[in-house]
Ligand binder design. Structure first.
Ligand SMILES: Cc1cc2nc3c(=O)[nH]c(=O)nc-3n(C[C@H](O)[C@H](O)[C@H](O)COP(=O)(O)O)c2cc1C
Length: 175
């Protein structure tokens, strides 16, 4: 089955390590035949619409694409020990159970290892709160694991493992 794959980048930065991992995940899912991924960069969406102060076509379209996907890869920098506020406001706009039946891959990068568990204690519950089935392997990379913007082998392998789990789950799911 060809799944529809969407990546959501929650980094406000124009150059982003977490988005680099997200791009790797989308490429890996495509290689595995899960479908061509579409990347939604939340930093490019209007902040006042993300805060719910006005309607916006691009935000509405991003929310719809998110709900239409079979597999979602979600990336964020760790800010103050958890996912970014940018990611949070987008998720706050999703209806209850919006991701029921969807498979999600959690991806985060942090300045160091201290907040490694933010993937399991922050990002994973965020995804589960809207009904997503989150793969067993979460991805967490530290800034030291990147050289010239490229993740080291261990981190790239972790991304691969998470996407294999997602593709395997998706092959048994009908949407
Ligand atoms: C406002 C702010 C808060 C941060 N808070 C944390 C933190 O609590 N723990 C941590 O490990 N890194 C923290 N960092 C570092 C970023 O998480 C890290 O550099 C990350 O890789 C950036 O991801 P990005 O390149 O995708 O934006 C913080 C950075 C900023 C700008």
């Amino acid at each position: 089955m060809t799944a529809s794959v969407v990546g959501i980048s929650g980094s406000p930065g124009s150059v982003s390590r977490s988005r680099t991992l997200l791009e790797l995940a989308l490429a890996s899912l495509e290689r595995q035949g899960a479908g061509t991924g579409r990347l939604i960069d939340l930093a490019r969406l209007p902040a006042d619409a993300l805060l719910g102060r006005r309607e916006d076509r691009d935000v509405a379209e991003a929310l719809q694409a998110t709900q239409d996907a079979a597999i979602l890869a979600v990336s964020t920098p760790i800010y103050r020990a958890t996912y970014s506020g940018l990611l949070k406001v987008f998720f706050d706009l999703l209806p209850q159970d919006a991701l029921a039946g969807k498979i999600a891959i959690p991806i985060a990068t942090g300045g160091g290892p201290t907040h490694l568990l933010a993937v399991d204690h922050g990002l994973r519950p965020l995804l589960a709160s809207v009904g997503a089935l989150v793969v067993a392997t979460g991805v967490y990379g530290t800034d030291a694991q990147f050289r010239n913007g490229t993740p080291d082998t261990a981190l790239a392998e972790r991304v691969e493992r998470a996407t294999l789990e997602a593709a395997s789950l998706a092959s048994g799911v009908t949407t």
